[in-house]
Design a protein around this ligand. Structure first.
Ligand SMILES: *Cc1c(COP(=O)(O)O)cnc(C)c1O
Length: 219
């Protein structure tokens, strides 16, 4: 199916309060423009330089989300334009984002990435890590980052119950964190294969790539 039909199909499955991040990693500017011309404005990438190149080339009303692991020495390439960073997994990284956001006189919204999957390869913080981080003096002094919620990735498995348990656990972390950071409102869970489960478990933001643009080609 063409991108337009895929996009409309997924949009029809999302409640109004859920934001769709169309994940465009490895996809061309032409493919992104197909989605743009259907009305999509929120796009996600997992590599900073790839995102920066697309930001330069494409319409400026696109909101770019960084969903991949962030190396601190690359924050500078996105600090002027990134709309939301989903993948904050350390205090050091948050400090670096704060520093570069300050240079651009802006506040960069961020999510803490929480480790919920079984796989040890998926990045992220534990609930305790987050509680410790937000108690720190350094966190209190940051003026150019805004924590707006949490992101998580479930284990890659066919076991629907396992995915559901992992998302459910993250939603509980989210609710507990809300007692400390009452303004948080974003729970970024759900990809092509598991977003219906994520919606049931309280997702407010889904990150969907292959169901919109087709399988990725990494060559
Ligand atoms: C690639 C990616 C997605 C989208 O994956 P699909 O299975 O193609 O929908 C979502 N989140 C993250 C963090 C990703 O890297």
């Amino acid at each position: 199916m063409p991108v337009k039909d895929n996009l409309l199909d997924i949009k029809a499955k999302l409640p109004n309060h859920v934001t769709l991040v169309a994940v465009t990693k490895t996809k061309s500017e032409e493919e992104i423009m197909e989605a743009y011309n259907t009305g999509q404005r929120v796009f996600g990438e997992n590599k900073i330089q790839e995102m920066a190149g697309k930001w330069e080339a494409l319409p400026k009303d696109i909101q770019w989300h960084m969903i991949g692991h962030v190396q601190r020495n690359k924050v500078k390439y996105m600090a002027s334009f990134v709309n939301l960073i989903h993948s904050v997994d350390s205090l050091k990284l948050l400090k670096e984002i704060d520093k570069h956001a300050k240079k651009h006189n802006r506040v960069i919204n961020c999510l803490f990435q929480i480790h919920i999957a079984e796989e040890s390869t998926k990045f992220g913080l534990s609930e305790d890590d987050v509680l410790e981080l937000i108690k720190s003096e350094e966190f209190a002094q940051m003026e150019n980052v805004g924590i707006v919620g949490l992101m998580g990735m479930a284990t890659y498995t066919d076991d629907r119950n396992k995915i559901q348990r992992e998302f459910h656990g993250l939603k509980e972390v989210f609710e507990r964190l809300k007692t400390k950071l009452p303004h948080i409102d974003t729970l970024s869970i759900g990809m092509s294969s598991d977003f219906p489960i994520a919606l049931e478990e309280g997702s407010t933001m889904v990150r969907i790539g292959s169901s919109i643009f087709g399988a990725r080609n990494y060559n």
